[in-house]
Design a protein around this ligand. Structure first.
Ligand code: FE2
Length: 270
């Protein structure tokens, strides 16, 4: 199978570029399954029902979230209706929505997507490793699932890398999100799981992690907030990770993807 994971969509710039490019990307890369992290899609903070629909209509199969899941209150209701939108699995019991989705791709392949939040330099939540373990045991790769994608939404590179090794041999792809900067460590781990510490964002890189530079610079230099964070509105670079799996569901190839905007362009060759 050919899988594509696109990193955190930040504001209008990221959304517009993703919605414009995803249909052709799906065709050109002959993608079987696409996951998009949408937790910063609405003005940098959360996701709305409309934006969720726009990203799904453009060709995403599943949308994942993160620490900004509920910044737009309507997501609490929408996630109960829309099974293709998932939130971190290690939120408290009783949280609306689901932390994993088990769906059929257009090809008929069964795909499990799991979203978890890291705990290092982040909110105190349930253990992400326990949450992932539960999902992997319930739906083993090569038996119940033809592909498994884990979105580890976390601050610390160490915690994300640990999750990669924790899942090695049991997932098709473990990819980090949240830091909005693509890391240069795409690799197939020894057990066959594709891994990249952070996918990067779909947003304007003439910014501070997707936000207009002025307010972050002001806060770093003066420590006095003087306004709201606003997404930067220049042309977005779409950042993601492309994975090709073999029949076992393990990865034979992983490549970074970077399209448009300011970063060096990278597209996998088929
Ligand atoms: Fe985040």
């Amino acid at each position: 199978m050919r899988l594509l994971f696109m990193g955190d969509v930040v504001g209008r710039s990221g959304r517009d570029a993703l919605v414009a490019e995803l249909p052709s990307l799906r065709r050109e890369l002959a993608l079987d399954f696409v996951v998009v992290n949408g937790e910063n899609a609405a003005g940098g903070f959360g996701i709305t029902a409309q934006i969720c629909n726009d990203i799904l209509d453009a060709g995403a199969d599943i949308i994942t979230l993160g620490n900004h899941s509920w910044d737009q209150r309507e997501a609490l209701v929408h996630i109960e209706r829309e099974t293709r939108l998932i939130r971190p699995a290690n939120y408290p019991a009783g949280t609306p929505g689901r932390g994993a989705a088990f769906v059929e791709a257009q090809s008929g392949a069964r795909v499990l997507v799991v979203n978890v939040l890291g705990r290092v330099f982040m909110e105190a939540l349930g253990c992400p490793f326990e949450a992932v373990e539960r999902e992997l045991v319930a739906c083993p790769l090569g038996e119940a699932a033809d592909a498994i994608i884990i979105d580890m939404h976390a601050e610390a590179t160490s915690e994300k890398m640990a999750m990669g090794h924790f899942c090695d041999g049991r997932a098709s792809l473990v990819v980090g999100t949240h830091s909005h900067i693509p890391t240069a460590d795409a690799q197939v781990l020894p057990g066959g799981t594709a891994y990249q510490t952070d996918a990067g964002m779909c947003g304007d890189y003439n910014s501070v992690i997707g936000m207009d530079k002025d307010e972050p610079l002001n806060r770093f230099t003066t420590r006095i907030p003087s306004g709201r964070f606003q997404p930067a509105l220049g042309p977005a670079t779409l950042c993601g990770v492309f994975v090709e799996t073999e029949a076992s569901g393990l990865a034979k190839r992983v490549e970074p993807v970077r399209i448009g905007g300011r970063l060096k362009q990278v597209l996998p060759e088929l």
